[in-house]
Ligand binder design. Structure first.
Ligand code: ADP
Ligand code: MG
Length: 224
């Protein structure tokens, strides 16, 4: 699969919302250990609002959908992660086309610019035990997949693997930004909750795109 239609992208975002909501207990558990414990509930609140928005509206423009995803998270979540996860979907908006389709090159650029916007906004870099430790490697692997002209399913599968490695790597980092920096060495050994959330976003993209690819292949077989 080389292109996503707007209806497919809307389905993917719905899957993202469901994945975050399902994982709230785990996010809460980790943020209770290394942060102030509110990451899971904040994410659940934001992604529940997002799910409802996606359920009641039908989008016809990819740029408009991505922009409204970011805005809904900002409105409903609050806190540091409200701004951060809004920026993930809003920061690269100038690089996402208007229209009914989007391809891997465009999505890779969109997340790349979104990642840079988060670094700028939060004055943080990868290596400081934040969601950037999952996002940065995921973006690199999307770019690599785009350069190799991979299918979308394979590309997001690679990005998810890279994000998971980032989550693993975040365990050995000491928190230097955000509220969990107050916990200093106590954060070592545990992954960053925002990095886990980021990996879940790429997981949902990968899983839903694979499903869409299987459905398309099934269709092709039906017509042969
Ligand atoms: P808060 O810090 O307001 O309690 P959350 O608990 O919801 O917000 O989110 C914490 C997560 O936000 C962290 O695990 C980290 O991944 C992310 N985070 C915090 N500050 C930054 C920052 N400056 N840049 C990138 N991510 C950050
Ligand atoms: Mg918190």
């Amino acid at each position: 699969m080389k292109q996503l239609k707007i209806s497919q992208l809307q389905r993917i975002f719905r899957r993202v919302a469901e994945t975050i909501i399902e994982n709230e207990p785990y996010l809460t558990e980790i943020d209770n250990i290394i942060g102030d414990g509110d990451h899971g509930t904040g994410m659940k609140r934001g992604f529940t609002a997002l799910w409802k928005m996606l359920d009641r509206k039908v989008y016809t423009d990819v740029n408009c959908l991505c922009g409204e995803v970011g805005m809904e998270l900002l409105k409903s979540m609050g806190g540091a992660s409200g701004v951060i996860f809004c920026t993930l979907f809003f920061g690269g908006l100038d690089d996402i086309p208007h229209g009914e389709q989007v391809n891997l090159d465009q999505l890779a650029k969109y997340f790349e610019v979104g990642e840079a916007a988060i670094e700028k906004r939060g004055k943080a870099k990868p290596g400081q035990k934040t969601m950037l430790d999952a996002l940065y490697p995921a973006v690199l692997s999307l770019k690599k997949a785009a350069a190799q002209h991979k299918d979308l399913g394979a590309a997001f599968g690679m990005a998810y693997e890279a994000a998971l490695e980032g989550v693993e790597a975040s365990k050995n980092m000491q928190s230097r930004v955000g509220r969990s920096k107050n916990f200093q060495e106590a954060t070592i050994g545990y992954p960053d909750p925002g990095a886990i959330s980021t990996s879940l976003i790429f997981k949902a993209f990968a899983q839903e795109i694979r499903l869409l690819e299987e459905m398309e292949e099934g269709h092709e077989k039906d017509y042969k």
